[in-house]
Design a protein around this ligand. Structure first.
Ligand code: PBG
Length: 324
């Protein structure tokens, strides 16, 4: 009869033994909390497909920011909804825009909280595409100018990092140049470098009212079947001046997170997107999954894959678990 000499189970026997050999940790320092801000006052609209997530006006947003800061979450990511949309997404770079106002208000009250702003046009354009149209196509180079203007207006409002999520070619370079020319060389760029064309963004498009009115985003976001291409995208963004790079979505793309972490020397962020959140919430609401357990398993898996930072709608819930 054979008996094993080395028995891996020895280190699984008690919690303290498991704790000693645990390889991956999740700290609150690694969480970024995404928030939706819109014009108005006293607004707190629940997003039906994302239980626990709301659209806020600046005044109610500040209360949410306070509770996040109280949980020691270091950073928020702001998405804006405009008062009116047009073909060119003009409100994206308006000084009176929701993101610009929210950034100033947050920085005024919580100067240490890191404010990251999402830079994209899809919430602001009447057609819902992430750039300016030429016919039925998104015009890459004409869009760069508007994105740079948008990023600049966020930076001038006090954003610490701007995060372009549009997937136009050359946008990181265009934004870096615009920031530097205005003396904003200390404002960083978190590039959505490997952003895939994904069905997991469904609930977000309700939250941000940003669904394309015709067609889809396949002509600018990445094909989900590609991995080599993600390495080229990351390399380009770093060349153009990205300070951090992102993989999005996270859970179905853990292999991409790992490759980016291994092949590049920049902090890697991963976006645990709306659909990943909604799946867990829906299953938990049906009693089919243990929400807290699956949330932590998901976030730690994303860390294990190599993410330094995680953008997640679970940020507050996870911070509470980590504090306990
Ligand atoms: C804007 C943008 C999207 C997300 C972040 N920025 C949506 C999209 O590309 O359609 C998705 C975030 C999420 O699903 O949580 N371009």
């Amino acid at each position: 009869m054979y008996f094993p000499v080395y028995r891996p189970r020895r280190f699984r026997r008690t919690e303290n033994l498991r704790r000693m050999v645990r390889e991956t940790s999740l700290r609150v320092d690694q969480l970024v909390y995404p928030l939706f801000v819109m014009p108005g006052k006293g607004v707190k609209n629940p997003v039906p497909s994302m239980p626990g997530v709301h659209q806020f006006s600046v005044d109610t947003l500040l209360k949410e920011v306070k509770s996040a800061a109280g949980l020691n979450i270091p950073a928020v990511l702001l998405f804006g909804l405009p008062s009116a949309k047009d073909e060119w997404g003009s409100e994206a770079h308006a000084e009176s825009g929701a993101v610009q106002q929210a950034t100033r208000a947050i920085k005024d009250r919580y100067p240490d909280l890191v404010v990251i702003t999402d830079v994209c046009l899809c919430e602001y354009t009447s057609h819902g595409h992430c750039g300016l149209l030429k016919g039925k196509e998104v015009d890459n180079d004409a869009t760069l100018e508007v994105l740079a203007k948008t990023a600049l207006s966020h930076a001038q409002s006090g954003a610490d990092l701007v995060a372009p999520s549009d997937m136009m070619d050359g946008r990181v370079g265009a934004i870096r140049e615009a920031l530097d020319e205005s003396g904003l060389d200390q404002v960083g760029i978190l590039a959505y470098s490997a952003k895939y064309c994904s069905g997991f963004y469904g609930p977000f498009r309700d939250a941000a009212d940003s669904a394309p009115q015709f067609g889809d985003r396949r002509a600018y976001q990445m094909d989900m079947a590609n991995s080599e291409e993600a390495m080229r995208e990351v390399a380009l963004d770093i060349e153009e001046g990205a300070d951090m790079v992102m993989v999005k979505p996270a859970l179905p793309y853990l292999d991409i997170i790992r490759r980016v972490k291994d092949e590049f020397d920049r902090p890697v962020a991963a976006y645990n997107v709306s659909g990943e959140y909604a799946m867990i919430k829906a299953a938990a609401a049906n009693g089919w999954l243990d929400e807290q357990r699956v949330m932590m398993e998901t976030l730690i898996a994303i860390r294990r894959a190599g993410a330094d930072l995680i953008l997640t709608y679970f940020a507050k819930d996870a911070a509470k678990v980590l504090r306990a």
